[in-house]
Design a protein around this ligand. Structure first.
Ligand code: SF4
Ligand code: SF4
Ligand code: FES
Length: 550
């Protein structure tokens, strides 16, 4: 079936609207209230188009495409209608752009530029309404900026399944409200912030922290659960300020949960919680004491080699379902080369109360599936008990949160030596004979495999002191590019941390074992060939929306 839009013949499927057919063909029809993931409201009227033989203009978001239909989205009549809608919407819209978080990514700003005359005939005082309404723990509402598109209401009803918002009043007094005494509080509440086409709904965590044009934006994956939602990490001064969803119809559609946005980045720049330097224990391993001294990488790696040489056959290797395929594979390779064994373990983390039937999965790690497919084994209570019975005398421990193990101290009490590769301090980190600082997921290149076998790609959004760069793959903000060294806003904390595979390669090298890979992509290509039988597979093969393993 075919429809003609602006002289271009377009194929469409039964049931598609004009705006959907146009979008597929790359023809932009402006829209505020229409969102591809929500039901159709048809209330903003900016999508008016002319349809041949129709007596008046029709809205493209709710009019079904029909065989032989001829549509015009750009003629004088349509442009006049667009101008009129914009003038109407702007009558009561405050002049907030200079202080509005949405500025720079606001549909109203963009459309004012593209579809408006830039002139208003409205001389009267604008309507005044409440400017700071705390709708819920994460979302702030500015009533004056709302254009009553109802996207936020429909999102709560249809996607979050929590009908917590509604319109109240009529005409120019109309606004959004929660039921008296209730708030906008559900696991997905922050999605209303991005779908709001204006700056009416803002994040209480991000408000006024940065102009968006001073930030860099990097495609990434949420490490909060095994869904692996696609994200965009917003960074300024080497600090993550915001996580937003990135559309991927196979994984998370257009959405993210609030946990993924807030909890996964809580301590990324916390100098107290992050491990800031390689350290070694300066005397014998004395339980309950914190007598580590900071050192350089060479000495720390030297001490690691000494431990591995003496204890390799009695060593328990524990990788991580929070680590990338690359880091776990490098650890397996090291273990196999040293011991002939490939039994590297990972710690599962499951919380049934976290999972739901929207996005959140009870498996709260981003790469359990990757660990399984690499051939790693689950670290069970029985294996931990073997630490107590001294089957293992030493532990190589990478990227694990020991607070998730009940009685961790008890299990580790009789361990003679241990090497810990960690980003954050844990219960046992002060007991590490060698403590090696590990880059966090937002500082590295790498891959996770989600619960449905999609391999997905991480890119570095923040830099470390020793940044691993792949050409063209580190996003820069305007300030990163053009800020002078004396501009305070170009400063930021850079941690002395390295990706896991790189630390392991350095350990191997110090033991005269040469691993062929020089960067994370080479580790990835090697592991894809070795473990998944994928020849000539690299980061480009994964692409921006993931690759499903058969
Ligand atoms: S708050 Fe935003 S999303 Fe909600 S109705 Fe107003 S403009 Fe639309
Ligand atoms: S559903 Fe899981 S992967 Fe998605 S945002 Fe939430 S925690 Fe992150
Ligand atoms: S986008 Fe069609 S009426 Fe709003």
């Amino acid at each position: 079936m075919k429809i003609t839009i602006d002289g271009k013949e377009i194929e469409f499927q039964q049931g598609e609207t004009i705006i959907q057919a146009a979008k597929r063909a790359g023809i932009e029809i402006p829209h505020f209230c229409w969102h591809p993931g929500l039901s159709i409201a048809g209330n903003c009227r900016i999508c008016l188009v002319e349809i041949e033989k129709a007596p008046k203009l029709m809205i493209a978001c709710s009019t079904l495409a029909q065989e032989g239909m001829v549509v015009n989205t750009k003629n004088d009549k349509v442009v006049k209608a667009q101008n009129a809608v914009m003038e109407f919407l702007l009558i009561n819209h405050p002049l907030d752009c200079p202080i509005c978080d949405e500025a720079g990514e606001c549909k109203l700003q963009d459309y004012a530029f593209k579809y408006s005359t830039g002139i208003s005939r409205f001389d009267e005082e604008k309507n005044h309404k409440e400017k700071r309404v705390e709708l819920g723990p994460n979302v702030m509402f500015d009533q004056e900026r709302c254009i009553s598109c109802s996207r936020c209401i429909r999102f709560c009803d249809e996607i979050a399944k929590e009908p917590q918002l509604t319109f109240v009043n009529r005409g120019e007094k109309v606004t959004i409200e929660t039921f008296p005494g209730k708030s906008l509080d559900n696991p997905y509440s922050m999605n209303v912030i991005e779908i709001c086409p204006v700056g009416a709904l803002t994040s209480r965590h991000f408000r006024f922290k940065s102009r968006v044009w001073d930030m860099s934006f990097t495609d990434s994956i949420c490490p909060g659960c095994s869904r692996g939602c696609n994200t965009i990490i917003g960074v300024r001064n080497n600090e993550i300020l915001r996580i937003e969803p990135r559309e991927n119809q196979n994984v998370n559609q257009w959405w993210l949960c609030d946990y993924g946005r807030l909890e996964t980045i809580k301590n990324t720049n916390n100098r107290e919680k992050r491990i800031t330097s390689p350290s070694i224990l300066n005397t014998e391993n004395i339980i309950g004491t914190e007598n580590q001294i900071q050192t350089d990488w060479d000495e720390a790696i030297g001490n690691t080699v000494a431990i591995l040489t003496s204890y390799k056959d009695d060593m328990l290797f524990v990788g991580s379902a929070y680590s990338t395929l690359e880091d776990n594979y490098a650890l397996m390779k090291l273990a196999k080369t040293l011991t002939g064994r490939e039994d590297v373990f990972y710690i599962p983390r499951t919380d049934e109360s976290f999972g739901d039937d929207i996005l959140r999965k009870s498996d709260m790690t981003p790469n359990t599936q990757g660990c399984k497919l690499l051939g790693m084994k689950e670290l069970t209570e029985e294996i931990l008990a073997e630490l107590k019975s001294k089957k293992y005398k030493s532990v190589f421990w990478m990227n694990n949160d020991d607070s998730l193990i009940a009685n961790a101290k008890e299990y580790f009490r009789d361990v003679e030596t241990n090497i810990q590769v960690l980003s954050y301090h844990g219960i046992l980190s002060s007991r590490a004979n060698v403590l090696l600082p590990l880059s966090i997921y937002a500082e590295i290149n790498g891959t996770f495999i989600n619960f449905e076998n999609y391999i997905q790609r991480l890119k570095p959004a923040m830099t470390t002191i020793e940044q691993e760069r792949l050409i063209g793959q580190y996003e820069m903000s305007r300030l990163d590019k053009f800020g002078a060294p004396n501009d305070s806003w170009t400063q930021g904390t850079k941690f002395n941390a390295r990706p896991g595979w790189k630390i392991i390669k350095a350990i191997a090298k110090a033991m005269n074992i040469e691993f062929d890979f020089e960067n994370s992509e080479e580790v990835f290509s090697e592991l894809c060939k070795e473990k998944f039988g994928l020849d000539n597979f690299d980061y480009d093969s994964v692409g921006s929306s993931g690759y499903k393993l058969k």
